[in-house]
Design a protein around this ligand. Structure first.
Ligand code: 6GU
Length: 273
């Protein structure tokens, strides 16, 4: 997979050579190209921003450097015929989810365009749409000063799904949100993960739950699901509500009992005897 990033802070992307992503890049599974937007400016001050038409606070990124940068990066990667997806991080975008990470991980080529200030002149995305697929995405309901940290976040979420990047091929499928949320159909679909434990068996007088040492795989799976349900009810009631509404068959009698004990309002008649 090829990933290009256009930014006014190329040094922000040093972390791409660290950890799982760094190793995948060193192996050649991912090729990164980080490009300085100012390379495509032509004035002495290498200006990338200007005041907004119509007034208002802040600055808007000028279209000309972005147009030239995208033309050059697209041409270097094989031209508009090659299937690049342009991702524009912005707090005004569609929320980035695990489903986006999976879909992006299946693309041969991603280009991230990092805006700063009050964003990029609106004509840049419109123009790009005439040659490429373009998606505007947000990593959460808060405002960052620029798209750079969002690109690091998305790159991590995407790259760990590439074949061979995670040590254990199964670790991605059992994640919180079970790879594809409710649709994944896995045992933990639509739930976040419960707690996990390792050695020592007793630490500061706290014992690991004995069922995990029992060797009873069905009991362990049930105990883990209970933990996932409790934590999801506590931290993500929105996910439990979605599961109950969209896949009520995914909640068995014991699930409803656990949720009810956790104070989550599920159909009372289902847990009554
Ligand atoms: Cl993708 N960019 C910026 N600047 N702020 C954000 C964001 C992205 N996602 C949430 N806040």
């Amino acid at each position: 997979m090829r990933i290009d990033v256009i930014t006014i802070f190329p040094e922000y992307f040093g972390p791409l050579s660290v950890s799982l992503i760094g190793k995948a890049a060193a192996r050649g599974d991912i090729t990164f190209g980080v490009h300085d937007l100012r390379h495509w400016t032509h004035d002495a001050h290498r200006t990338v921003d200007d005041t907004p038409f119509g007034g208002g606070p802040g600055m808007v990124m000028k279209p000309e450097p972005w147009g030239e940068a995208l033309d050059a990066v697209v041409a270097a990667g094989g031209g508009a015929g090659a299937d690049a997806l342009l991702v524009i991080p912005t707090p005004a975008g569609v929320p980035f989810t695990q489903q986006h990470a999976a879909r992006y991980a299946a693309q041969p080529w991603l280009i991230f365009a990092c805006g700063r200030y009050e964003g990029i002149d609106g004509r840049v995305a419109d123009e790009a749409r005439s040659v490429l697929a373009v998606e505007e995405v947000s990593i959460g309901d808060y405002v960052l000063a620029g798209g750079e940290p969002a690109v690091l976040v998305m790159t991590e979420a995407i790259c760990r799904l590439l074949p061979g990047v995670l040590g254990n091929a199964e670790s991605a499928t059992d994640d919180s949100f079970g790879f594809g949320g409710i649709e994944s159909g896995g045992p933990m679909a639509g739930l976040v993960e419960g707690p996990s434990y390792t050695r020592p068996r007793v630490w500061r007088d706290r014992e690991v739950p004995p069922v995990l040492l029992s060797g009873d795989h069905a009991a362990i799976a049930r105990w883990r699901r209970d933990g996932a349900l409790r934590r999801t009810a506590r931290n993500r009631p929105d996910l439990v509500a979605r599961l109950a509404a969209q896949a009520p068959g995914a909640l068995d009698r014991r699930d409803r009992e656990v949720l009810s004990e956790a104070g989550f309002p599920v159909n009372a008649e289902d847990v009554a005897h």
